[in-house]
Design a protein around this ligand. Structure first.
Ligand code: ZN
Ligand code: ZN
Length: 384
């Protein structure tokens, strides 16, 4: 066998992806170890070379490097993984022939169905919790509907009192040798569908499937600090496996319900707190909400609307224990008083007059604002 990958596959240097795939498919069949009678290792060596060539030429990036720098270039850029084929897309490439490759790419094929060890499905449960539950962690009872072992037949699928028999066609192996043209390939047994066993008298309760849908109550421990969109894996809480197969997992997908007061930003919480114009002016002690109950903040005199007060450690806990608790950020906004009576309006008008005596002194933005106005009119021309 030649060393050059194009020569190995017997294609031109500029060959299309489709041609490369076709050539590979033909050669992989030809040299497949299953077809080797065991007297020579030549086929096996050739099979490896064909796979290596295809691993490189079927990958656009690797092919580019190979064309320019050869094998050495590939080693530098991809390491030893450059020459191995990960088996991705094999089913697509070989369609119904995947059983043929079970010995080469073990673990990826469906042969695990043999002896009925089909794994249970993984399930997802959408769980909406309150912000308080997310903050302190909580135990939430949920009902999960999943396929579970049929009690009547103990999960065998056979009518109580009977047992499944060994498949006479494949003698329990689940595999059947069939001829496909000149090829002799191992295929899933058609009689038992690869399970190696046949149920002669199915269980009535589960129709011979060995599983039935059942509700199960489960206590989910909510990890403190959990955030919207996070997922918790509960190993072994999914569907039961088929006839002794492993049990699936359950994924809890969390949604945090909107909170009437707090908005969450990672570990920090935000809230907006109204304050009267007078209190913001003269300063006050203001009551603010927190997840631990009411707290007080000191609002100094002359506080402007939009000012934020940060209460350290009063936010959400970090989801990992090494993370500090977040902060609570209270933003005050000043409310304009309304529905004033005549007396109040009079007082306010008198108050405004007193301010007008020294406007720049009382207005924090005064100078800045009039500066802006002046330059705006200078640049845009006074309409007078
Ligand atoms: Zn049953
Ligand atoms: Zn069979």
């Amino acid at each position: 066998m030649p060393d050059d990958y194009y020569e190995v596959l017997g294609v031109q240097r500029g060959a299309s992806d489709a041609d490369i795939k076709k050539a590979y498919r033909r050669l992989a069949m030809k040299y497949h170890p299953d077809r080797n009678d065991g007297t020579s290792t030549e086929n096996e060596e050739n099979f490896k070379k064909v796979n290596e060539a295809y691993a490189v030429l079927s990958d656009k990036e690797k092919r580019g490097v190979y064309d320019q720098y050869g094998r050495e270039g590939l080693k530098g850029q991809f390491g030893s993984s450059a020459f191995s084929f990960d088996g991705q897309g094999f089913e697509d490439l070989f369609g119904g022939f995947d059983d043929l490759f079970s010995s080469v790419f073990g673990g990826r094929t469906r042969s695990s169905r043999r002896h009925g060890g089909e794994p249970g499905e993984n399930l997802q449960y959408d769980l909406a919790i309150t912000l308080e539950q997310a903050a302190r962690g909580d135990t939430v009872e949920i009902d999960v509907n999943a396929l579970r072992h049929c009690d009547d037949c103990q999960g065998t699928g056979a009518k109580p009192g009977t047992s499944p028999i060994t498949c006479p066609v494949c003698e329990g192996t689940g595999q059947q040798a069939i001829n496909r043209g000149f090829l002799r390939v191992a295929s899933t047994c058609g009689q038992c569908r690869g399970e190696g066993q046949i149920i002669e008298q199915p269980c009535h309760a589960c129709n011979g499937r060995g599983r039935r849908p059942k509700r199960k109550s489960l206590a989910v421990t909510v990890p403190p600090g959990i955030d919207d969109g996070m997922r918790l894996k509960l190993r072994g809480e999914g569907a039961d496996g088929v006839r002794g197969g492993p049990i699936g997992d359950l994924y809890i997908q969390f949604t945090i319900k909107p909170h009437p007061i707090f908005e969450r930003d990672g570990r920090n919480l935000h809230c907006r707190v109204p304050i009267s114009f007078a209190n913001a002016t003269i300063g006050t002690s203001l009551e603010v909400p927190s997840l631990d109950g009411k707290l007080r903040i000191k609002v100094p005199e002359g506080t402007q609307s939009g000012r934020e007060f940060r209460l350290r450690g009063k936010g959400m806990p970090g989801i990992r224990s090494d993370q500090r608790q977040g902060d609570l950020i209270c933003q005050v906004f000043i409310e304009t008083p309304r529905s004033l009576n005549a007396k109040q309006k009079e007082l306010l008008a008198a108050f405004q007059e007193s301010l007008d005596e020294a406007p720049a002194k009382h207005s924090p933005t005064h100078d800045n604002w009039f500066e802006k106005l002046k330059s705006y009119f200078n640049n845009n021309g006074d309409s007078e």
